[in-house]
Design a protein around this ligand. Structure first.
Ligand code: HEC
Ligand code: HEC
Ligand code: HEC
Ligand code: HEC
Length: 271
């Protein structure tokens, strides 16, 4: 009996693995073959980006030499046409957050690097001048078919309706005088499956924080203390969360913690 159960579970995880592989962007498997491999032919939607002549993958974002002097200082050996968009920041709705200052450029730090492809204006398949390689000029589509098969908006052109970015974590902590609303930034993100989320029983209490955590700490994701796109997303697809075992969908949003039970949100917010 026991043996049969083990076999069944093994089969279930095998098939879950297989559907994930079909989705083309398995979490934690690195850049190559992920949504962030611009050579990868199976990109979301119908966009067909121009591949690099050497099939290099890092080259769409980084170069060892002659990085672009594009004003993105400090940018890590950046090799992609910059995003020049200027967007209005999020406006705080929670009264206690009202005093948290937004940086003059809410896209400070890596957020602006993300927007070099995700703003819907800059060509995704452009890359820099190192060597004689020609980049493409395909911009990100406005919408795509998501992991659940529905149409979703893709590029980001309105920060007023996106989770706040471009503010300092420490200022947020001091503004929240209504108790411990945020975890300590020395905490790691909630580890895969640690939340044991169930719709039938309250099997977790996030206030006790007696969970297991990923080695990726919140403080590691802050840029000069600022909260950015990279505070939630792992651009390199290396230490991000995988969907819970048995999940019927195969999302990979490059998130530092799972969607199930909103582990990603509860990694920072005590709610
Ligand atoms: C889609 C764009 C993109 C691709 C492709 C990419 N990177 Fe990055 N990389 C970034 C961004 C953005 C940062 C800024 C750090 C951050 O906040 O995540 C970064 C930072 C880094 C850093 C310094 C910080 C860190 O995380 O260690 C290294 C090293 C690095 N990348 C190496 C690589 C290598 C090697 C490859 C190819 C295997 C690669 N990257 C591919 C976007 C990319
Ligand atoms: C070199 C271009 C490039 C850069 C830079 C880049 N991305 Fe992407 N990203 C893409 C492409 C291409 C896709 C796949 C969607 C598509 O085909 O257009 C994607 C997909 C994603 C997805 C998954 C979408 C989904 O529905 O599963 C997330 C999340 C994401 N990127 C976040 C980021 C963040 C955060 C940054 C900055 C830290 C970043 N990206 C930087 C090109 C880029
Ligand atoms: C507070 C955490 C957080 C921040 C900050 C954040 N995201 Fe996301 N992002 C998510 C989550 C969670 C999802 C998964 C979709 C969902 O649950 O609604 C997602 C989904 C996405 C997707 C795929 C779906 C879509 O809407 O296209 C892209 C692309 C993306 N994010 C890019 C970005 C970029 C670029 C930034 C910065 C401008 C950013 N994200 C900032 C949490 C965040
Ligand atoms: C990496 C840490 C982090 C993650 C992950 C995160 N947040 Fe936040 N969030 C913050 C911080 C810091 C603030 C500002 C202080 C506060 O409101 O506690 C904030 C603010 C907010 C606000 C208040 C906005 C306002 O107008 O005052 C809401 C709502 C929110 N987050 C929801 C979410 C949801 C939902 C998720 C998951 C999709 C999420 N957050 C994920 C750190 C995070």
């Amino acid at each position: 009996m026991m043996k049969k159960l083990v076999v069944l579970i093994a089969f279930a995880s095998l098939t879950a693995g297989a559907s994930m592989a079909l989705a083309g962007s398995a979490p934690k498997t690195g850049i190559n073959g992920s949504w962030h491999d611009i050579n990868y032919a199976g990109q979301l939607g119908t966009a067909s980006y121009k591949a690099d002549q050497y099939q290099r993958t890092c080259a769409f974002c980084h170069t060892p030499h002659n990085a672009l002097p594009n004003g993105l200082v400090p940018a890590p050996l950046w090799n992609h046409a910059p995003s020049n968009v200027h967007l209005d920041p999020y406006v705080w709705a929670s009264p206690l957050n009202a005093t948290i200052a937004m940086n003059a450029d809410p896209l400070i730090g890596p957020s602006r690097l993300c927007m070099a492809c995700h703003d819907g204006v800059a060509a995704v398949d452009s890359h820099g001048s190192a060597g004689s390689f020609n980049g493409g000029n395909t911009v990100m589509a406005a919408s795509y078919t998501d992991a659940l098969g529905n149409t979703a908006k893709r590029y980001i052109n309105d920060l007023t309706v996106t989770h706040p970015i471009g503010f300092k974590w420490d200022e947020a902590v001091s503004a929240r005088t209504d108790g411990n609303q945020l975890v300590l930034k020395s905490f790691g993100f909630i580890a895969d499956n640690a939340l044991a989320y169930s719709t039938t029983a309250a099997t977790f209490d996030t206030n006790t924080r007696s969970l297991t955590y990923s080695t990726k700490k919140i403080q590691d994701t802050l840029y000069q203390g600022y909260f950015t796109c990279a505070s939630c997303h792992d651009v390199h697809n290396s230490v991000n969360a995988a969907p819970a075992p048995g999940a019927t969908n195969s999302y990979n949003y490059f998130l530092y913690a799972q969607e199930e039970g909103s582990a990603i949100c509860l990694s920072c917010h005590i709610k």
